[in-house]
Design a protein around this ligand. Structure first.
Ligand SMILES: Cc1cc2nc3c(=O)[nH]c(=O)nc-3n(C[C@H](O)[C@H](O)[C@H](O)COP(=O)(O)O)c2cc1C
Length: 267
């Protein structure tokens, strides 16, 4: 009897010791791997930004990504005014530390949207923009765009040429739309339609983006073809989400005033 008790006690002690040791191992690993994880996340975001800008060669390594990224100026832009502000506006010392995603949930750093075509609920007060210069002229302006499709928020980057109107590229790097349907927003053939499209009417209103996704495809003699992109077959709702997302982020409440400054040579 006493022997069996002893066995139970020993078993429990061994089990407790083992779980203690393993929880220490797991938490140490989690803590020590965190910086590497953050570095990888930042690198991933950078490579997605560069890919949208059409500057990333396939299979580019960390060094190439970093050196391409370093050619960009990272700016913090006030939504709706286009003012460039310093990192102190978002309560950080270094712009790298600004977590734009978290800012969406912070009432000091974002505001609720009544009219919310992109389905994002809240708009950050300040968003990053990436500017690539060649001497005095601007080569690329890249802005983050995100909005709701059918099932999920689709996160991406839209790159413009130096005229702040012609699309240089678009890429979504995170979403949960259905593969083969809404998930076709990742398809390189669909993405390839975007470069060269115009966001605004050149002689018109630079506050009002004109992008349209056309279900069934854009016919070659369509009016305003420069604003039109083929929709996604069987995925009208995802396509509508993409259209609304682009037009919202390049609209007057978000990046339009900043892009106007780019055109005016004030950036
Ligand atoms: C399993 C399943 C997955 C779907 N995934 C998507 C999707 O990712 N995006 C989308 O817009 N519609 C998706 N749909 C279709 C929508 O329910 C809806 O029918 C469609 O958006 C209407 O567009 P259509 O007129 O092009 O068919 C899915 C439907 C089913 C049954």
């Amino acid at each position: 009897m006493s022997q069996s008790n002893e066995t139970i006690r020993k078993t429990l002690i061994v089990a407790i010791l083992l779980s203690l040791v393993f929880s220490i191992v797991v938490s140490t690993a989690a803590v020590s791997l965190r910086p590497a994880q953050e570095r990888n996340e930042a690198l991933n975001l950078r490579s997605n930004m560069l890919a949208a800008a059409g500057l990333l060669s396939p299979g580019a390594g960390e060094e190439e990504i970093q050196s391409l990224f370093d050619q960009f100026e990272v700016m913090l832009v006030e939504m709706g005014t286009g003012q460039i502000v310093g990192p102190e506006a978002v309560g950080v010392e270094n712009l790298e530390d600004y977590d734009q995603n978290r800012a969406r949930r912070n009432p000091d750093l974002s505001r609720a949207l009544d009219n919310d075509p992109a389905g994002i609920n809240r708009l950050v007060n300040y968003a990053r923009a990436y500017v690539l210069r060649d001497g005095d002229s601007i080569e690329r302006v890249v802005v983050p765009v995100y909005g709701y499709g059918l099932w999920s928020t689709m996160y991406g980057f839209l790159a413009l040429e130096g005229d702040a109107n012609t699309v240089a590229g678009l890429g979504f790097y995170e979403h949960a739309e259905t593969p083969g349907l809404g998930g076709e927003i990742d398809n390189p053939r669909w993405i390839a339609q975007w470069p060269g499209k115009k966001i605004y009417d050149e002689d018109g209103n630079f506050q009002e983006p004109k992008i349209r996704l056309i279900q069934g495809g854009v016919s070659s003699d369509a009016d305003d073809i420069e604003h039109k992109v083929d929709g996604l077959s069987g995925a009208t709702l995802t396509a509508r989400g993409v259209e609304r997302t682009i037009n919202f982020w390049l609209g007057e409440r978000a990046f339009a005033p900043f892009l106007e400054k780019v055109r005016a040579g004030e950036i």
